[in-house]
Design a protein. Structure first.
Length: 162
């Protein structure tokens, strides 16, 4: 089932170009963004491997684990800028949390338990809330600048939202 990927990796590993890169991002940048396959955060901003850390979640939702990752990046990986990058036409912004959970249960035939997916049709407010959470967190405030951005999947344009 994964043979195609392992074959592609064999070619990649044969001439592996990233040997010796440090773990800290060269640009001091963390991008928190959606897992949507239309987004390539490095390409969007003209960055290369090793220049930014990227955390992906459904909808770019700032989950507890994502927050922990941001704090770790700030204090252990020299990150001093955090971009929260959401995008147009996001599935997670097309329905509320309860509706999303109902859809998953209907598809899986199993309860989701206490999982929180972060679905929210008020995407702009959700983005502002996540940015404010990061900006005001005691372990980030004063250590990193935080901004919220929106990527247009039809044009490739990024605008600062907050």
């Amino acid at each position: 089932m994964f043979d195609d990927l392992l074959q592609a990796n064999a070619l990649f590993a044969k001439n592996f170009p990233y040997r010796g890169l440090p773990g800290a991002p060269a640009h001091g940048l963390l991008i928190v963004t959606c897992m949507d396959s239309r987004l390539d955060p490095l390409e969007i901003f003209g960055l290369k491997v090793g220049q930014a850390k990227v955390l992906r979640t459904p909808g770019g939702f700032l989950s507890p684990n994502t927050l922990a990752g941001a704090i770790a990046a700030v204090h252990k990986l020299n990150v001093d800028r955090i971009m929260v990058l959401e995008h147009t036409s996001c599935t997670m912004a097309s329905i509320d949390e309860a509706g999303f959970q109902r859809d998953v249960v209907a598809h899986a035939g199993q309860p989701v338990g206490d999982l929180v997916f972060g679905a929210d049709p008020n995407q702009a407010q959700h983005l502002r809330d996540d940015v404010e959470t990061l900006r005001n967190h005691a372990l980030i405030k004063g250590f990193a600048e935080v901004g919220g951005f929106m990527y247009d999947v039809e044009t490739g344009q990024v605008t600062q939202a907050c």
